[in-house]
Write a protein that binds this ligand. Structure first.
Ligand SMILES: [Zn+2]
Length: 270
């Protein structure tokens, strides 16, 4: 069990609620909870290893400078990619930034590497990896570096996660390769979205487990809805975690997102 709390200030109250929710749904996990906020030393070691091999550089671009640089077209790099501005600063610009005392973020010198990621459902996706940030100017490790280091440390071999992360998977694959870490198997699954197609949030109504239980839902009903939303069970099915595992079929996932509160659901539950 890993809490990805690198950038969330005051994550603790949410952490307790999330762990309680998972336990209520019947999930169990091995060993103590790992917190990314406790693992700065491991990320520093990985960064030092890349640095030793000349694979990093400091970037003193402001947010606005990164945005403007990324908006300009630059050859083969994907849209929105950082084009390596800080590798090519004029001596005058470099001096100006030094005088301003800007603290550098650390970027990967990706060198335009083309990397393929493989997903069990989505197939193969090749992309040119840009010079992604490995550590922010305040020294906090970036997410992509942290997950790659953490997965290897925990012996993770399979990663199942939302398909909103699929497009950045080549970045993580490249970091695995550069750090000599084992490759993992990926399965990216469709998200559950609100009726307006946006991510679920408070304004979509009762969407946390605690909210659902307050309005009379049961953990078994919630797991049944998971199975139904994936086409693995009919409406109003009740399942415990072991029952969900029995119908679990990673090769029979829907191709698009599930819409929370869509009309079809209302007809079947009212
Ligand atoms: Zn820069």
């Amino acid at each position: 069990m890993r809490m990805e709390d690198l950038t969330t200030a005051a994550a603790a109250p949410f952490e307790a609620e999330q762990l309680a929710d998972l336990a209520t749904l019947g999930l169990r996990w091995d060993g103590p909870v790992v917190r990314q906020s406790d693992r700065a030393a491991a990320y520093r070691d990985a960064l030092a290893e890349l640095d030793r091999r000349g694979l990093t550089y400091g970037c003193t671009c402001s947010r606005r400078e990164v945005r403007e640089a990324a908006a300009a077209p630059h050859g083969e790099l994907p849209e929105g990619a950082y084009p390596g501005t800080c590798l090519r600063l004029s001596p005058a610009e470099r001096r100006r930034r030094e005088r301003e005392g800007r603290r550098p973020a650390i970027r990967l010198r990706a060198g335009g590497a083309r990397v393929e990621a493989v997903d069990r459902r989505l197939g193969t996706f090749g992309a040119i990896v840009d010079d992604l940030v490995l550590a922010r100017a305040d020294g906090v490790a970036a997410y992509h570096l942290a997950v790659v280091v953490d997965d290897a440390a925990a012996g993770v071999t399979q990663v199942v996660r939302g398909d909103d992360l699929w497009s950045s998977t080549p970045r993580q694959v490249l970091l695995q390769q550069l750090l000599g870490l084992p490759a993992v198997e990926y399965l990216h699954v469709p998200l559950v979205l609100g009726p307006d197609g946006s991510r679920l949030s408070k304004r979509h109504g009762a969407v946390t487990l605690a909210d659902r239980l307050r309005v009379g839902a049961t953990p078994e009903g919630v797991l049944g809805w998971f199975a139904e939303s994936l086409g693995w069970a009919g409406p109003a099915t009740e399942l415990d975690a072991a029952g969900l595992l029995e119908v679990f079929d990673p090769d029979a996932l829907p191709s698009g997102p599930t819409i929370w509160g869509a009309p079809r659901r209302m007809e079947t539950t009212d």
